[in-house]
Design a protein around this ligand. Structure first.
Ligand code: AKG
Length: 219
């Protein structure tokens, strides 16, 4: 995914934000760029949606509107005073933005697609694609998923870059993409299991038992 985005941006893809969802969000129809707006140019924005379990229609899957990302179809919503992004002082609300999009999309006759992927699938969307969280028919069900918003490395604001004293980037840099570690995170994050003697002892025992089991079964 990040390799593909690198080609689209003609610059390495870089994570600017990520979110985890435990259940269907039922988020109103929206487009991301009015909310994810630190990158410059603003239009350098895409997102990936990764299911962490198979998604059933009753879980409140993601819905999206193919082709509605084209600016002649989506138009530009005025948040007040000609602003196309939502700032603290915006005069209009996300609910109004959602109504505006719904009206435009229905006047164009664009039908919603519902994304019911299997774990391991993924969807990439353009930063101008209208999407929403559809209704959760069974609130007892989870819909674990992971959303990442990407921009191009050169479009990242400086404050999102994390460099050490020698100017080397700090974070995860794989598959040609950048994921800077946020500056406000603990500089040495560790899992509880790495520090607790009891838990790490149990972990070693479990691994040893697994190795014995593999050897006995000829694996
Ligand atoms: O997963 C969802 O229900 C909505 C996700 C979304 O709209 C977003 O992260 O921009």
């Amino acid at each position: 995914m990040t390799g593909f985005l690198g080609h689209v941006f003609r610059n390495p893809a870089s994570v600017c934000q990520s979110l985890t969802f435990w259940r269907g969000s039922e988020q109103l129809i929206h487009i991301d760029y009015p909310y994810v707006r630190q990158q410059s140019p603003l239009s350098y924005l895409a997102a990936s949606w990764i299911p962490l379990e198979d998604v059933h229609p009753d879980f409140g899957p993601l819905g999206y509107y193919p082709g509605a990302h084209k600016v002649d179809r989506s138009g530009f919503f005025d948040w007040g005073g000609g602003a196309i992004v939502q700032r603290e002082q915006a005069k209009r609300s996300p609910a109004e933005f959602s109504r505006y999009l719904r009206e435009r999309i229905s006047s164009l006759g664009i039908e919603r697609q519902v994304f019911c992927p299997k774990r391991g699938d993924g969807l990439l969307w353009h930063g101008n694609l209208p999407h929403e969280g559809t209704a959760v028919n069974n609130p007892a069900l989870t819909r674990k998923s992971y959303v990442t918003h990407y921009t191009a490395e050169r479009a990242l604001p400086d404050w999102m870059r994390n460099l050490d004293d020698l100017g080397r980037p700090i974070g995860v840099f794989e598959n040609g993409a950048y994921c800077y570690r946020s500056k406000w995170f603990d500089p040495d994050p560790v899992l509880p299991s790495w520090t607790s003697p009891r838990r790490s002892g149990l972990g070693q025992l479990t691994s040893a038992l697994r190795a014995v089991k593999r050897r006995l079964s000829g694996g």
